[in-house]
Design a protein around this ligand. Structure first.
Ligand SMILES: [Zn+2]
Length: 452
């Protein structure tokens, strides 16, 4: 059956991207061991091709790259070209987008976790690389994307629960042949529904589980708190994405589900950026993107196969630490050593200073050190100007002392005039996108009076 699914997957790949699946995958199998000079040459050739294209065809880039001769002599030269921000893309999109010349055009939209999503188009070749990159990542772990799996994701409220007969039939054939997947909607996960989901998951016989980190984590937490045996699912791997993964979360999922956790990193506007290998290192996807970090570690990305909506030197707002360390697995790409939260997601103190949102993480973690390890089960902080709304799920040890400690810890970092609004709930509400972020900055441009 696996061979049949592989053939079906390849036919679907070809139909969608008009690129040869074997050629793209075989190239990626070889290129992961290219020496550094070869991969840089490959990137340089592709980036130069893209620069020449946009300079001749895009009104935006004709102006944006004025004075550049459209030719780099080394890939590091990208760092001398101007950057492009999300706001510039949104303001100039019609002058950036180029006609789709080959295959079909794909529409991607960012999750909008910052409140203003980008809708962008993707060429067939870029889509082929994104899809094949995923395929190679699964191969690293002895899997195929079309192996039986559970997807923990958010479902749009606009997707009908009762599609037409034809749509339903197509979906069933696709699910059976190309993607034997059990879908679990993160909005439906609860202590009341976990037994139902778990039974369905057991019957599905999944090989791996994939989802938003917070979705997979919640699935594992509910399994654990309901006394179910996550190991009975017999999973080979848990793949998490979209949110920053912490060591404790990784260990928890591994313990409950009894399988390793692999992290993948990407963004709709720039595609797949990194995949974790079995040695525990995240490899930058250098066959698809040229990337570097600015001094403050903001990541700058060029997805060089996307001729349709080319973003050259796009500042993606994540803080990423890139490294040239080598990985014991033998793959030669640069490594992503760490990813921290979105820049807009910093907490702003009453003196105007930016403070890491891990302030809240540590405030809660430290409760254990003062004798109340079970005071807070879950939390989320939302900043609106000088006000911090702290949403808490209380634990059995919640008490005045614990609350005072949290308040003091926050004011110590953010300033005495910070106002804290306490809200207690049974469950932390998710964002509309289905993601669960522990800190949300609603006023990124907030500048306290008197702050420079
Ligand atoms: Zn590796």
């Amino acid at each position: 059956m696996r061979i049949v699914r592989d053939i079906a997957w390849r036919i679907s790949f070809w139909r969608n991207t008009k690129n040869s699946p074997s050629q793209t995958i075989n190239f990626l199998r070889r290129s992961q061991y290219f020496d550094r000079d070869t991969i840089k040459e490959y990137q340089l050739e592709n980036v130069n091709r893209l620069i020449r294209l946009v300079k001749s065809a895009s009104p935006f880039y004709k102006e944006h790259l004025k004075g550049q001769d459209g030719f780099l002599s080394e890939i590091e030269g990208l760092q001398q070209l101007p950057l492009i921000t999300k706001e510039e893309i949104q303001g100039n999109y019609s002058d950036i987008e180029l006609p789709c010349l080959e295959g079909r055009s794909f529409i991607h939209s960012t999750s909008g976790s910052t409140g203003d999503p980008i809708v962008t188009k993707l060429s067939s070749k870029a889509q082929a690389f994104r899809t094949a990159g995923h395929y190679r990542f699964y191969e690293w772990w002895g899997l195929r994307p079309h192996d039986r799996n559970i997807l923990v994701w958010a479902k749009k409220a606009t997707v009908s629960d009762s599609p037409s007969l034809l749509t339903s039939l197509r979906r069933k054939i696709r699910e059976y042949l190309v993607e034997p997947q059990l879908f679990i909607d993160v909005f439906q996960l609860s202590s009341n529904s976990i037994n139902h989901h778990f039974e369905k998951a057991l019957a599905h016989r999944p090989v791996y589980i994939r989802g938003y980190l917070s979705g997979v984590l919640q699935f594992a937490e509910l399994i654990d708190s309901s006394g179910l045996d996550g190991r009975a699912l017999n999973l080979k791997l848990a793949i998490v994405t979209s949110e920053v993964l912490h060591t404790e979360q990784r260990e928890f999922i591994e313990r409950v589900l009894g399988c390793p956790v692999a992290n993948e990193y990407g963004a709709a506007e720039t595609g797949q950026l990194g995949f974790e290998c079995p040695e525990g290192n995240m490899h930058l996807f250098e066959e698809s993107v040229a990337a570097f970090s600015l001094e403050d570690q903001s990541l700058v990305v060029t997805e060089f196969h996307n001729d349709h909506a080319p973003f050259i030197n796009y500042v993606n707002n994540d803080l990423v630490n890139l490294s040239t360390d080598t990985c014991p697995c033998g793959r030669t790409s640069r490594l992503i050593k760490s990813i921290s939260g979105r820049i807009g997601d910093f907490v702003i103190a009453d003196n105007g200073e930016k403070v890491s949102p891990y302030l809240f993480y540590y405030a809660m973690k430290e409760l254990g050190d003062i004798g109340y390890p079970e005071a807070v089960i879950k939390y989320k902080a939302i900043q609106t100007g000088p006000n911090i709304e702290l949403i808490l799920v209380k634990g059995p040890q919640y008490c005045t002392e614990a609350e005072e400690y949290i308040g003091k810890r926050i004011r110590n970092s953010l300033g005495a005039s910070t106002s804290i609004e306490w809200r207690f709930v049974d469950q932390i509400p998710r964002e509309k996108s289905g993601k669960l972020r522990f800190f949300v900055q609603l006023t990124p441009d907030y500048s306290p009076t008197g702050a420079s």
